[in-house]
Design a protein around this ligand. Structure first.
Ligand code: PLP
Length: 368
């Protein structure tokens, strides 16, 4: 199918939002002047704000940060919307493409909790297609996802690659085939919050050919800026423009934008890349030490910066780690994970403490 015959993904936008212009902020008009009296800002700086860097409302999408993020992720600035974490991207997609009370989305549990939380808040039905556990860990049943999306006329399919908490990387050709099959009915959203740890290609490369693919990226994990709340939604330029009309007027706080620009200059970005690579090596070292510990039933292969483990007694493992001052994520409430904990990668010393604590617990349990 040629690009011209391809149904525009905009056809999937909520019908009642087709002509919606969103809020016109004082910063969205392109006017020239030297005295700005159009936004009811203070004429004086706050005493705590030195040169007054924060006196005026910020640019909604500063061109420099948009260009820097687009360069980082391999898209054009028009294909990228920066927002308050990729969490905001999830919320905007739901609000723009799903009718409250009417439409559905597909998720693949166990997966990141925000897809279902945002859907619930927006009154959108959630259809679950569980990941399938096998020899190599959790896998996505793409055929079942396609069938469920078709049966429910789902508007969005949320995939997470590498998956949180599964750690599984999804094959790009399977994502592409799914997007091709659902091209007239759904956006396929690929959450790549952990892709930096995987040494794999991004689904961004699919968007040109398959404009119903949407990719979520973030500075929160491999770039170590979780508190700056800078995430990116990457999609067809028309989809991005539609999402921006649904976004809050001033989503990016100026200090966070300044920090993101510093973090994306060449040397800082290279250091983040090197750290993510080192993290992947440390992950394999930790994996090898945890596999086979008494009391550890299974350690899942991971392409992210965490490991998912099953235990004979997950409560005892959780408690022993707490006693050692180590807080990990209890996954037991998640589907299929009634005996599992998720452990983020720390420094080598911190990871050693995890291994030693679990080894001691295993030895004690075995003796008992
Ligand atoms: C951490 C995480 C995010 C959240 O990212 P923010 O950019 O901090 O909002 C998104 N998706 C997944 C799968 C995550 O684990």
């Amino acid at each position: 199918m040629s690009a011209a015959e391809y149904p525009a993904p905009l056809a999937l936008l909520r019908e009642d939002l087709r002509g919606f212009a969103g809020y016109k902020s004082a910063r969205s008009e392109s006017l020239n002047g030297s005295v700005w009296l159009n936004a009811n800002e203070s004429a004086w700086n706050n005493a705590a704000d030195g040169e007054g860097a924060l006196r005026r409302y910020p640019d909604p999408q500063p061109a420099r940060v948009r260009a820097a993020l687009a360069g980082l992720y391999g898209c054009t600035p028009e294909q990228l919307l920066a927002g308050r974490g990729s969490d905001e991207g999830i919320d905007l997609l739901l609000r723009a493409f799903c009718r409250p009370g009417g439409d559905a989305v597909v998720i693949t549990p166990p997966t990141f909790g925000m897809y279902a939380v945002c859907a619930r808040l927006h009154g959108t039905r959630v259809v679950e297609v569980p990941l399938v556990e096998g020899e190599g860990g959790f896998a996505c049943d793409f055929e079942a996802v396609a069938q469920a999306a078709e049966a429910a006329s789902a508007k969005l399919v949320f995939l997470c690659s590498p998956g949180n908490p599964s750690g599984t990387l999804l094959p790009l050709d399977a994502i592409a085939a799914l997007a091709q099959r659902l091209r007239a009915s759904a956006l396929v959203v690929v959450d790549e919050a952990y892709l930096e740890y995987a040494q794999a290609s991004s689904a961004v490369s699919l968007i040109e050919r398959l404009p119903n693919v949407v990719v979520l990226r973030t500075l929160s994990k491999a770039h170590a800026l979780a508190a700056a709340r800078i995430g990116s939604t990457i999609a067809d330029a028309e989809v991005i423009a539609a999402l921006q009309r649904c976004q809050a007027p001033y989503p990016l706080p100026a200090p966070c934008v300044a920090m993101a620009l510093r973090a994306l200059d060449d040397s800082a970005a290279a250091l983040s890349r090197a750290r993510a690579g080192a993290c992947a090596l440390e992950r394999e070292r930790l994996y090898a030490r945890l596999v086979g510990l008494p009391g550890v039933r299974r350690v899942y292969p991971s392409q992210a910066n965490f490991l998912l483990l099953r235990f004979d007694d997950a409560q005892a493992a959780f408690d022993a780690l707490i006693d050692a001052g180590v807080v990990v994520r209890d996954m037991r409430a998640a589907p299929q994970l009634g005996d599992a904990l998720r452990i983020s990668l720390g420094t080598a010393e911190q990871n050693d403490r995890v291994v030693e604590t679990l080894a001691r617990l295993g030895a004690r349990e075995r003796a008992a």
